[in-house]
Ligand binder design. Structure first.
Ligand SMILES: Cc1cc2nc3c(=O)[nH]c(=O)nc-3n(C[C@H](O)[C@H](O)[C@H](O)COP(=O)(O)OP(=O)(O)OC[C@H]3O[C@@H](n4cnc5c(N)ncnc54)[C@H](O)[C@@H]3O)c2cc1C
Length: 398
Protein backbone atom coordinates (compact mmCIF):
# COMPACT_ATOMS: atom_id res chain seq x y z
CA UNK A 1 0.00 0.00 0.00
CA UNK A 2 1.21 3.54 -0.77
CA UNK A 3 2.30 5.73 2.10
CA UNK A 4 -0.75 8.01 2.79
CA UNK A 5 1.44 11.03 3.53
CA UNK A 6 5.00 10.64 2.26
CA UNK A 7 6.00 14.12 3.43
CA UNK A 8 4.93 13.36 7.01
CA UNK A 9 6.89 10.09 6.94
CA UNK A 10 9.94 11.88 5.56
CA UNK A 11 9.77 14.56 8.29
CA UNK A 12 9.25 11.99 11.02
CA UNK A 13 12.22 9.90 9.89
CA UNK A 14 14.40 13.00 9.52
CA UNK A 15 13.54 14.28 13.00
CA UNK A 16 14.23 10.88 14.53
CA UNK A 17 17.73 11.03 13.07
CA UNK A 18 18.49 14.73 13.42
CA UNK A 19 16.78 16.22 16.47
CA UNK A 20 19.19 15.71 19.41
CA UNK A 21 17.58 14.19 22.51
CA UNK A 22 18.53 17.19 24.64
CA UNK A 23 16.61 19.48 22.24
CA UNK A 24 13.39 17.60 23.02
CA UNK A 25 11.09 17.84 26.01
CA UNK A 26 10.62 20.31 28.79
CA UNK A 27 13.20 22.85 29.90
CA UNK A 28 14.30 22.36 33.51
CA UNK A 29 12.57 24.58 36.09
CA UNK A 30 14.30 27.95 36.19
CA UNK A 31 16.07 27.57 32.86
CA UNK A 32 16.06 30.87 31.01
CA UNK A 33 14.78 31.23 27.43
CA UNK A 34 18.37 32.01 26.41
CA UNK A 35 19.42 28.55 27.57
CA UNK A 36 16.53 26.73 25.94
CA UNK A 37 16.27 28.66 22.67
CA UNK A 38 18.99 30.00 20.43
CA UNK A 39 18.69 33.67 19.40
CA UNK A 40 21.61 33.53 16.99
CA UNK A 41 23.78 36.41 15.88
CA UNK A 42 27.46 37.24 15.61
CA UNK A 43 27.95 37.18 19.38
CA UNK A 44 25.79 34.18 20.24
CA UNK A 45 27.45 31.62 22.50
CA UNK A 46 25.72 28.27 22.15
CA UNK A 47 24.46 26.81 25.43
CA UNK A 48 25.49 23.33 24.23
CA UNK A 49 26.86 21.51 21.19
CA UNK A 50 23.37 20.06 20.64
CA UNK A 51 21.90 23.56 20.43
CA UNK A 52 24.39 24.40 17.69
CA UNK A 53 23.80 21.15 15.80
CA UNK A 54 20.00 21.52 16.00
CA UNK A 55 20.12 25.03 14.51
CA UNK A 56 22.60 24.02 11.82
CA UNK A 57 20.58 20.99 10.70
CA UNK A 58 17.24 22.80 10.62
CA UNK A 59 18.73 25.80 8.81
CA UNK A 60 20.36 23.57 6.23
CA UNK A 61 16.90 22.36 5.19
CA UNK A 62 15.51 25.89 5.42
CA UNK A 63 13.16 24.67 8.14
CA UNK A 64 13.87 27.60 10.45
CA UNK A 65 11.80 29.53 7.87
CA UNK A 66 9.75 26.69 6.37
CA UNK A 67 7.57 28.76 4.04
CA UNK A 68 10.16 31.20 2.72
CA UNK A 69 11.23 30.60 -0.89
CA UNK A 70 14.20 28.31 -1.48
CA UNK A 71 16.06 31.01 -3.41
CA UNK A 72 16.38 32.91 -0.11
CA UNK A 73 17.45 29.77 1.81
CA UNK A 74 13.94 29.07 3.15
CA UNK A 75 12.29 25.65 3.17
CA UNK A 76 10.02 26.32 0.18
CA UNK A 77 7.19 24.39 1.85
CA UNK A 78 3.55 25.09 1.08
CA UNK A 79 1.16 25.89 3.90
CA UNK A 80 -0.04 22.28 4.33
CA UNK A 81 3.53 20.94 4.48
CA UNK A 82 4.54 23.62 6.99
CA UNK A 83 1.64 22.54 9.18
CA UNK A 84 2.82 18.92 9.00
CA UNK A 85 6.32 20.04 9.99
CA UNK A 86 4.91 21.98 12.98
CA UNK A 87 2.86 18.97 14.07
CA UNK A 88 5.80 16.59 13.82
CA UNK A 89 8.06 18.97 15.75
CA UNK A 90 5.38 19.21 18.45
CA UNK A 91 5.00 15.41 18.50
CA UNK A 92 8.64 14.97 19.57
CA UNK A 93 8.45 18.06 21.82
CA UNK A 94 11.26 19.66 19.83
CA UNK A 95 12.44 23.05 20.99
CA UNK A 96 12.44 25.83 18.39
CA UNK A 97 15.91 25.80 16.77
CA UNK A 98 15.94 29.60 16.53
CA UNK A 99 13.98 32.52 17.95
CA UNK A 100 14.56 35.74 16.12
CA UNK A 101 13.02 39.08 15.25
CA UNK A 102 14.48 38.50 11.79
CA UNK A 103 12.40 35.38 11.27
CA UNK A 104 9.15 36.58 12.80
CA UNK A 105 9.14 40.29 11.93
CA UNK A 106 11.70 41.58 9.44
CA UNK A 107 11.68 38.58 7.08
CA UNK A 108 7.97 38.76 6.17
CA UNK A 109 8.28 42.54 5.63
CA UNK A 110 11.34 42.09 3.39
CA UNK A 111 9.63 39.36 1.38
CA UNK A 112 6.79 41.78 0.65
CA UNK A 113 8.53 45.16 0.37
CA UNK A 114 12.26 44.49 -0.07
CA UNK A 115 14.17 44.74 -3.34
CA UNK A 116 15.57 41.54 -4.81
CA UNK A 117 19.06 42.62 -3.76
CA UNK A 118 17.87 43.22 -0.16
CA UNK A 119 16.16 39.82 -0.03
CA UNK A 120 19.29 38.06 -1.28
CA UNK A 121 21.50 39.91 1.14
CA UNK A 122 19.45 39.76 4.33
CA UNK A 123 17.16 36.71 4.26
CA UNK A 124 19.69 33.80 4.09
CA UNK A 125 21.65 35.00 7.18
CA UNK A 126 18.32 35.26 9.05
CA UNK A 127 17.45 31.66 8.12
CA UNK A 128 20.87 30.51 9.39
CA UNK A 129 20.67 32.59 12.57
CA UNK A 130 23.85 34.49 11.69
CA UNK A 131 22.53 38.01 12.23
CA UNK A 132 20.48 39.06 15.25
CA UNK A 133 18.07 41.93 14.64
CA UNK A 134 16.43 44.41 17.00
CA UNK A 135 13.41 46.63 16.46
CA UNK A 136 13.79 50.41 16.53
CA UNK A 137 10.19 51.60 16.68
CA UNK A 138 9.31 53.19 20.07
CA UNK A 139 10.66 56.57 21.15
CA UNK A 140 10.25 58.54 24.39
CA UNK A 141 7.41 60.51 22.71
CA UNK A 142 6.09 57.79 20.39
CA UNK A 143 4.65 54.50 21.71
CA UNK A 144 0.96 53.88 21.06
CA UNK A 145 1.06 56.95 18.84
CA UNK A 146 3.99 55.51 16.92
CA UNK A 147 3.63 57.78 13.89
CA UNK A 148 4.76 60.72 16.07
CA UNK A 149 8.34 59.41 15.91
CA UNK A 150 11.05 62.05 15.60
CA UNK A 151 14.27 60.16 14.81
CA UNK A 152 15.47 62.05 11.78
CA UNK A 153 17.07 60.63 8.61
CA UNK A 154 18.46 63.48 6.59
CA UNK A 155 19.09 62.93 2.87
CA UNK A 156 22.83 63.48 2.22
CA UNK A 157 23.02 62.37 -1.40
CA UNK A 158 24.25 58.75 -1.37
CA UNK A 159 23.38 58.17 2.31
CA UNK A 160 21.11 59.20 5.17
CA UNK A 161 22.43 60.88 8.29
CA UNK A 162 20.43 59.54 11.25
CA UNK A 163 19.99 61.35 14.58
CA UNK A 164 17.60 60.59 17.42
CA UNK A 165 16.68 58.16 20.18
CA UNK A 166 14.72 54.91 20.50
CA UNK A 167 13.50 53.35 23.74
CA UNK A 168 12.44 49.88 24.96
CA UNK A 169 14.63 48.39 22.19
CA UNK A 170 14.68 44.74 23.30
CA UNK A 171 18.17 43.20 23.19
CA UNK A 172 19.65 46.21 21.37
CA UNK A 173 22.90 45.61 23.26
CA UNK A 174 23.13 42.09 21.82
CA UNK A 175 21.79 42.73 18.34
CA UNK A 176 23.91 42.98 15.19
CA UNK A 177 21.53 45.03 13.06
CA UNK A 178 18.43 47.16 13.59
CA UNK A 179 15.29 47.72 11.53
CA UNK A 180 14.41 51.25 12.32
CA UNK A 181 11.62 53.75 11.67
CA UNK A 182 12.92 57.21 10.86
CA UNK A 183 11.43 60.50 9.73
CA UNK A 184 12.54 61.13 6.16
CA UNK A 185 10.32 64.18 5.58
CA UNK A 186 9.74 66.37 8.66
CA UNK A 187 7.27 68.61 6.79
CA UNK A 188 4.89 65.83 5.65
CA UNK A 189 1.78 64.69 7.59
CA UNK A 190 2.83 62.38 10.42
CA UNK A 191 1.95 59.03 8.78
CA UNK A 192 3.76 60.14 5.66
CA UNK A 193 7.41 61.11 5.60
CA UNK A 194 8.48 57.95 7.46
CA UNK A 195 11.24 55.65 6.20
CA UNK A 196 12.13 52.03 7.07
CA UNK A 197 15.91 51.74 7.39
CA UNK A 198 18.25 48.80 8.05
CA UNK A 199 21.67 49.35 9.59
CA UNK A 200 24.51 47.71 11.45
CA UNK A 201 24.55 48.35 15.21
CA UNK A 202 28.34 48.66 14.95
CA UNK A 203 28.00 51.73 12.71
CA UNK A 204 29.83 54.72 14.21
CA UNK A 205 27.37 56.86 16.21
CA UNK A 206 25.12 54.02 17.48
CA UNK A 207 25.13 53.44 21.24
CA UNK A 208 22.89 51.60 23.71
CA UNK A 209 22.19 51.87 27.42
CA UNK A 210 20.40 49.05 29.32
CA UNK A 211 17.19 49.84 31.28
CA UNK A 212 16.71 48.02 34.58
CA UNK A 213 13.26 46.66 35.46
CA UNK A 214 11.45 45.39 38.58
CA UNK A 215 11.76 41.74 37.38
CA UNK A 216 15.54 42.10 37.65
CA UNK A 217 16.32 40.76 34.19
CA UNK A 218 15.52 43.31 31.55
CA UNK A 219 16.04 42.97 27.80
CA UNK A 220 15.42 46.69 27.31
CA UNK A 221 17.77 49.38 26.11
CA UNK A 222 17.69 52.99 25.18
CA UNK A 223 19.31 53.31 21.75
CA UNK A 224 20.96 56.51 20.57
CA UNK A 225 21.88 57.61 17.04
CA UNK A 226 24.41 60.36 16.67
CA UNK A 227 25.20 61.26 13.05
CA UNK A 228 24.90 57.64 11.90
CA UNK A 229 25.70 57.25 8.21
CA UNK A 230 23.37 54.75 6.46
CA UNK A 231 23.79 53.96 2.73
CA UNK A 232 20.62 54.72 0.78
CA UNK A 233 20.30 51.19 -0.59
CA UNK A 234 19.49 50.09 2.98
CA UNK A 235 16.13 51.88 2.86
CA UNK A 236 13.34 49.32 2.35
CA UNK A 237 10.51 50.17 -0.05
CA UNK A 238 9.83 53.68 -1.24
CA UNK A 239 11.14 56.75 0.51
CA UNK A 240 8.43 58.32 2.78
CA UNK A 241 6.31 55.14 2.55
CA UNK A 242 7.74 53.33 5.56
CA UNK A 243 4.50 53.50 7.54
CA UNK A 244 2.93 50.80 5.34
CA UNK A 245 5.88 48.52 6.06
CA UNK A 246 5.77 49.37 9.78
CA UNK A 247 2.09 48.39 10.00
CA UNK A 248 2.58 45.19 8.01
CA UNK A 249 5.47 44.17 10.25
CA UNK A 250 3.35 44.87 13.35
CA UNK A 251 0.70 42.37 12.22
CA UNK A 252 3.46 39.74 12.10
CA UNK A 253 4.83 40.83 15.45
CA UNK A 254 1.36 40.51 17.00
CA UNK A 255 0.87 37.03 15.54
CA UNK A 256 4.31 36.03 16.81
CA UNK A 257 3.52 37.31 20.33
CA UNK A 258 0.13 35.56 20.36
CA UNK A 259 1.71 32.30 19.13
CA UNK A 260 4.52 32.50 21.66
CA UNK A 261 2.46 33.33 24.70
CA UNK A 262 -1.05 32.11 23.85
CA UNK A 263 0.02 28.51 23.37
CA UNK A 264 1.81 28.38 26.71
CA UNK A 265 5.36 27.78 25.50
CA UNK A 266 6.55 24.86 23.38
CA UNK A 267 7.59 21.81 25.37
CA UNK A 268 6.56 23.26 28.75
CA UNK A 269 4.47 21.42 31.34
CA UNK A 270 0.86 22.66 31.53
CA UNK A 271 -0.34 24.43 34.68
CA UNK A 272 -2.68 21.48 35.28
CA UNK A 273 0.24 19.03 35.26
CA UNK A 274 2.19 21.21 37.68
CA UNK A 275 -0.89 21.60 39.92
CA UNK A 276 -1.50 17.83 40.05
CA UNK A 277 2.12 17.25 40.98
CA UNK A 278 2.24 19.91 43.72
CA UNK A 279 -1.25 19.71 45.21
CA UNK A 280 -2.07 16.05 44.58
CA UNK A 281 -5.23 14.19 43.60
CA UNK A 282 -8.39 13.26 45.47
CA UNK A 283 -10.59 10.56 43.86
CA UNK A 284 -8.52 10.90 40.69
CA UNK A 285 -9.11 14.65 40.42
CA UNK A 286 -7.10 17.70 41.48
CA UNK A 287 -7.67 18.05 45.23
CA UNK A 288 -8.61 21.77 45.10
CA UNK A 289 -12.10 22.34 43.57
CA UNK A 290 -11.67 26.12 43.12
CA UNK A 291 -8.40 25.73 41.30
CA UNK A 292 -9.86 22.85 39.29
CA UNK A 293 -12.57 25.18 38.00
CA UNK A 294 -10.06 27.91 37.03
CA UNK A 295 -7.79 25.38 35.31
CA UNK A 296 -10.71 23.95 33.34
CA UNK A 297 -11.66 27.46 32.19
CA UNK A 298 -8.07 28.14 31.11
CA UNK A 299 -7.89 24.81 29.25
CA UNK A 300 -11.16 25.51 27.37
CA UNK A 301 -10.14 29.07 26.49
CA UNK A 302 -6.71 27.84 25.35
CA UNK A 303 -8.32 25.26 23.04
CA UNK A 304 -10.61 27.93 21.57
CA UNK A 305 -7.62 30.21 21.11
CA UNK A 306 -5.58 27.50 19.36
CA UNK A 307 -8.46 26.84 16.92
CA UNK A 308 -8.88 30.55 16.21
CA UNK A 309 -5.13 30.93 15.65
CA UNK A 310 -5.19 28.04 13.18
CA UNK A 311 -8.22 29.50 11.38
CA UNK A 312 -6.76 33.00 11.10
CA UNK A 313 -3.45 31.68 9.78
CA UNK A 314 -5.28 29.47 7.22
CA UNK A 315 -7.40 32.44 6.09
CA UNK A 316 -4.36 34.67 5.75
CA UNK A 317 -2.53 32.04 3.65
CA UNK A 318 -5.61 31.61 1.45
CA UNK A 319 -5.56 35.36 0.83
CA UNK A 320 -8.78 36.45 2.53
CA UNK A 321 -7.56 37.26 6.00
CA UNK A 322 -7.47 40.69 7.56
CA UNK A 323 -4.46 42.25 9.24
CA UNK A 324 -6.73 43.34 12.09
CA UNK A 325 -7.20 39.69 13.11
CA UNK A 326 -3.64 39.82 14.44
CA UNK A 327 -4.93 42.32 17.06
CA UNK A 328 -7.55 39.83 18.20
CA UNK A 329 -4.92 37.09 18.52
CA UNK A 330 -2.48 39.37 20.27
CA UNK A 331 -5.08 40.54 22.80
CA UNK A 332 -6.44 37.09 23.62
CA UNK A 333 -3.05 35.32 23.52
CA UNK A 334 -1.50 37.71 26.01
CA UNK A 335 -4.64 37.61 28.22
CA UNK A 336 -4.36 33.81 28.40
CA UNK A 337 -0.68 34.13 29.20
CA UNK A 338 -1.49 36.52 32.06
CA UNK A 339 -4.13 34.13 33.45
CA UNK A 340 -1.74 31.17 33.16
CA UNK A 341 0.87 33.00 35.22
CA UNK A 342 -1.72 34.03 37.86
CA UNK A 343 -2.61 30.33 38.22
CA UNK A 344 1.04 29.28 38.37
CA UNK A 345 1.51 31.72 41.25
CA UNK A 346 -1.62 30.31 42.97
CA UNK A 347 -0.35 26.74 42.56
CA UNK A 348 3.12 27.69 43.80
CA UNK A 349 1.76 29.30 47.01
CA UNK A 350 4.25 31.09 49.27
CA UNK A 351 7.15 29.39 47.51
CA UNK A 352 6.25 31.12 44.26
CA UNK A 353 7.18 34.43 45.87
CA UNK A 354 10.81 33.32 46.39
CA UNK A 355 13.12 35.60 44.46
CA UNK A 356 16.63 34.28 44.90
CA UNK A 357 18.35 30.97 45.58
CA UNK A 358 18.28 27.47 44.10
CA UNK A 359 15.22 26.43 46.13
CA UNK A 360 13.17 29.03 44.26
CA UNK A 361 14.86 28.41 40.88
CA UNK A 362 16.18 31.97 41.14
CA UNK A 363 12.64 33.36 41.28
CA UNK A 364 11.62 31.85 37.91
CA UNK A 365 7.91 31.82 38.79
CA UNK A 366 7.71 35.36 40.13
CA UNK A 367 9.85 36.72 37.30
CA UNK A 368 7.68 34.93 34.72
CA UNK A 369 4.56 36.38 36.36
CA UNK A 370 5.99 39.91 36.18
CA UNK A 371 7.11 39.35 32.58
CA UNK A 372 3.61 38.23 31.57
CA UNK A 373 2.37 41.75 32.24
CA UNK A 374 4.79 43.10 29.65
CA UNK A 375 3.33 41.03 26.84
CA UNK A 376 0.07 43.01 27.07
CA UNK A 377 2.16 46.11 26.22
CA UNK A 378 4.76 45.01 23.63
CA UNK A 379 3.76 45.15 19.97
CA UNK A 380 0.97 47.61 20.88
CA UNK A 381 -0.94 47.65 24.18
CA UNK A 382 -4.16 45.73 24.89
CA UNK A 383 -6.14 49.00 24.83
CA UNK A 384 -4.84 49.75 21.32
CA UNK A 385 -5.71 46.21 20.16
CA UNK A 386 -9.25 46.62 21.56
CA UNK A 387 -9.55 49.92 19.63
CA UNK A 388 -8.51 48.14 16.40
CA UNK A 389 -10.88 45.21 17.03
CA UNK A 390 -13.77 47.62 17.70
CA UNK A 391 -13.11 49.70 14.60
CA UNK A 392 -11.83 47.27 11.99
CA UNK A 393 -13.36 43.91 12.95
CA UNK A 394 -16.65 44.93 14.60
CA UNK A 395 -17.21 48.07 12.51
CA UNK A 396 -18.03 50.21 15.55
CA UNK A 397 -17.81 54.01 15.13
CA UNK A 398 -14.39 55.50 15.98
C1 LIG B 1 8.27 43.46 26.79
C2 LIG B 1 8.31 44.64 25.86
C3 LIG B 1 9.17 44.60 24.76
C4 LIG B 1 9.23 45.71 23.89
N1 LIG B 1 10.13 45.66 22.86
C5 LIG B 1 10.22 46.73 22.02
C6 LIG B 1 11.18 46.72 20.97
O1 LIG B 1 11.96 45.77 20.82
N2 LIG B 1 11.24 47.79 20.16
C7 LIG B 1 10.40 48.86 20.29
O2 LIG B 1 10.48 49.78 19.49
N3 LIG B 1 9.50 48.93 21.31
C8 LIG B 1 9.39 47.88 22.18
N4 LIG B 1 8.49 47.92 23.23
C9 LIG B 1 7.72 49.15 23.45
C10 LIG B 1 6.23 49.01 23.15
O3 LIG B 1 6.00 48.89 21.77
C11 LIG B 1 5.52 50.24 23.75
O4 LIG B 1 5.73 50.19 25.15
C12 LIG B 1 4.04 50.23 23.46
O5 LIG B 1 3.79 50.46 22.10
C13 LIG B 1 3.29 51.31 24.30
O6 LIG B 1 3.89 52.55 24.18
P1 LIG B 1 4.27 53.42 25.49
O7 LIG B 1 5.07 52.53 26.40
O8 LIG B 1 4.89 54.68 25.01
O9 LIG B 1 2.89 53.72 26.22
P2 LIG B 1 1.86 54.88 25.88
O10 LIG B 1 1.60 54.90 24.42
O11 LIG B 1 2.34 56.14 26.52
O12 LIG B 1 0.56 54.36 26.61
C14 LIG B 1 0.35 54.53 28.02
C15 LIG B 1 -1.03 53.97 28.36
O13 LIG B 1 -2.05 54.73 27.66
C16 LIG B 1 -2.88 53.84 26.90
N5 LIG B 1 -3.26 54.47 25.63
C17 LIG B 1 -2.47 55.19 24.80
N6 LIG B 1 -3.16 55.59 23.71
C18 LIG B 1 -4.42 55.10 23.85
C19 LIG B 1 -5.60 55.16 23.05
N7 LIG B 1 -5.62 55.80 21.87
N8 LIG B 1 -6.72 54.53 23.50
C20 LIG B 1 -6.72 53.86 24.68
N9 LIG B 1 -5.63 53.78 25.49
C21 LIG B 1 -4.50 54.37 25.08
C22 LIG B 1 -2.00 52.63 26.63
O14 LIG B 1 -2.81 51.47 26.38
C23 LIG B 1 -1.21 52.50 27.93
O15 LIG B 1 -1.97 51.83 28.91
C24 LIG B 1 8.41 46.86 24.11
C25 LIG B 1 7.55 46.87 25.23
C26 LIG B 1 7.50 45.79 26.09
C27 LIG B 1 6.59 45.86 27.27
Amino acid sequence: MNDPDPFRSEVRAWLELNCPQSMRGMPRQGQSSEETVCWGGRRWVFASEDQRIWLERMAERGWTAPEWPREYAGGGLDHAQAKVLREELARVHARPPLASFGLSMLGPALLRFGSDEQKRRFLPPIVRGEIRWCQGYSEPGAGSDLASLQTRAEDRGDHYRVNGQKIWTSYADQADWIFCLVRTDPLAAKHEGIGFLLFDMESPGVSTRPITLISGSSPFCETFFDDVRVPKHQLVGEVNKGWDIAKYLLTHEREMISGLFGAGGAGQASVAEIACERIGLSHGRLADPGLRHDLARLAIDSEAFASTLERVVDEAKAGFGTGAASSLLKYQGTELNRQRHELLMAVGGAEALGWEGQRFSEGALARGWLRSKGSSIEGGTSEIQLNIIAKRLLGLPA
